[in-house]
Every structure is written in structure tokens, then in C-alpha cells.
Design a binder for this molecule. Structure first.
Ligand SMILES: Cc1cc2nc3c(=O)[nH]c(=O)nc-3n(C[C@H](O)[C@H](O)[C@H](O)COP(=O)(O)OP(=O)(O)OC[C@H]3O[C@@H](n4cnc5c(N)ncnc54)[C@H](O)[C@@H]3O)c2cc1C
Length: 197
């Protein structure tokens, strides 16, 4: 796979060197979707894949803290498209709409929260006639992409490409603990299974 990270200006020397074609597949945008597609497609060594990204590229261990620290969300205009709504006339100010501009895309500027949809959502979609998206059908894919040491193996994956770590109740802040513990004014135990939460 070749990666052309264009940055804010012209193709850098390294990117230009990586870029000569021809290519079987060209993917524009090295964000959550594009980078995964590029990785999966280029697993077949005979397929030539070019991934073009408008923002900067960093080695995995060289991302600046403003990107690497998931507690900083959309922290720098240098790695953002700096979009905003056009609301000044009606509400007095525009509203920022962050979107990452860097290899990793918005997943490089997001909060890195991994959350499955609720069991009841999948049930509802099935009742609406959407085929192939029942809880039972999507569970193997959730498990396949996940790599987590906690939870029960019938619900969680151990060897997937996406490291997911469940915070312990102690690691959660009091404000995160509160709604779960006292939902509906009743004290709830932690649910061991996403299908039951
Ligand atoms: C502030 C914020 C917080 C979020 N928090 C979470 C969270 O905690 N958990 C979660 O699951 N989701 C979260 N999300 C949502 C999640 O990050 C996005 O849904 C997901 O990253 C979108 O993936 P994507 O591939 O569609 O787009 P992106 O990841 O945004 O990728 C698009 C890529 O294309 C590039 N690009 C665009 N135009 C061009 C062009 N013309 N030429 C070359 N490159 C181009 C961009 O620079 C970018 O890198 C958050 C999103 C934001 C913005």
C-alpha cells in the first residue's frame, strides 16, 4: 500500500516517492473508513492500493498529544477542517462542527469511546424489516473486530484489530457512575452482557 499524505500543501517528497502507480484501488481520505479499507484491501499483496489523505501523516508513536490523548477532543485547528454552521444571524454565533484532517481522520480527534448499539435497537430494526442486522447476526462481527481482556467470551472478542478497554467502576468519574447506578431512581448492578443493558 502507498500512502500519500498531502498535508496543507503539495505532496511531500516521501509521499511522492510512495505514490507512483498504476494502482488497482485509489481511496481518498485516510480516516476511520478509508484507512481500514486500505489496510484490508492491501492485505492481498498483489493488489496495489493508494490511500490519499489531505492532512498530515505521523508514525504510530509520533502522534502529538493533542491527537493521541483521547481526553482532548477536537483540540487543534491544525488537524481539523474547521467547519461550522452558519447560525450567527439567527442565534448570535456559529456552531463548530469538528472533522479530523490527519491520517486517522475524525477517529484521531475523537474521544475514542467504543459503544455498541443496544440490543433493543437491533430488535427494533429487525421488526422494521431490516434483514441481516439482528443482534445474533451482528454479534460475531462485533466480536471479530474487538480485542478486549474483560467481559464474557460469549459477548466479547479477544483477538480483533481494535483494542477496547472497559473502564472499571473505580476508573469512571462520579458523574459517569451516577446515571448508571441510579437509573430510574433505583440502584442497578453492572450488567455483564451488552444484550441486557
Ligand atoms: C469531535 C468528535 C468526537 C467523536 N467521538 C467519537 C467517539 O468517542 N466514539 C466514536 O465511535 N465515534 C466518535 N466520533 C465519530 C467518529 O469519529 C466518526 O464517525 C468517524 O471517524 C467517521 O469516519 P469516516 O471515515 O466517515 O470519516 P473521517 O474519519 O472523518 O475521515 C475522513 C478523512 O478524509 C480526509 N479527506 C476529506 N476530504 C479529502 C480530500 N478531498 N482529499 C484527501 N483527503 C480528504 C479527511 O482529512 C479525513 O482524514 C466523533 C467524531 C468527532 C468529530
Amino acid at each position: 500500500m502507498a500512502l500519500a499524505a498531502v498535508g496543507n500543501s503539495a505532496l511531500s517528497g516521501a509521499a511522492r516517492a510512495a505514490a507512483p502507480g498504476p494502482y488497482d484501488v485509489i481511496i481518498v481520505g485516510g480516516g476511520s473508513a478509508g484507512a481500514v479499507m486500505a489496510a484490508r484491501l492491501s492485505a492481498d499483496k498483489s493488489r496495489r492500493v493508494l490511500l490519499i489523505e489531505a492532512g498530515a501523516n505521523f508514525a504510530p508513536d509520533k502522534y502529538p498529544p493533542v491527537l493521541a490523548n483521547a481526553n482532548i477532543v477536537a483540540g487543534s485547528p491544525n488537524f481539523d477542517w474547521n467547519y461550522h454552521t452558519d447560525d450567527k444571524a439567527s442565534i448570535g454565533h456559529d456552531i463548530p462542527v469538528p472533522r479530523g484532517r490527519v491520517v486517522g481522520g475524525s477517529s484521531a480527534v475523537n474521544a475514542a469511546v467504543a459503544m455498541r448499539a443496544r440490543y433493543t435497537d437491533f430488535e427494533r430494526w429487525t421488526k422494521l424489516g431490516i434483514e441481516g442486522w439482528s443482534w445474533e447476526e451482528v454479534l460475531p462481527t462485533f466480536k471479530k473486530l474487538e480485542n478486549t481482556p474483560t467481559g464474557e467470551s460469549r459477548w466479547h472478542g479477544r483477538n480483533g484489530p481494535l483494542p477496547i478497554r472497559q473502564r472499571t467502576p473505580e476508573e469512571n468519574t462520579p458523574s459517569m457512575r451516577r446515571p448508571h447506578q441510579y437509573r430510574d431512581g433505583v440502584s442497578h448492578e453492572r450488567s455483564p452482557c451488552p444484550a441486557q443493558s
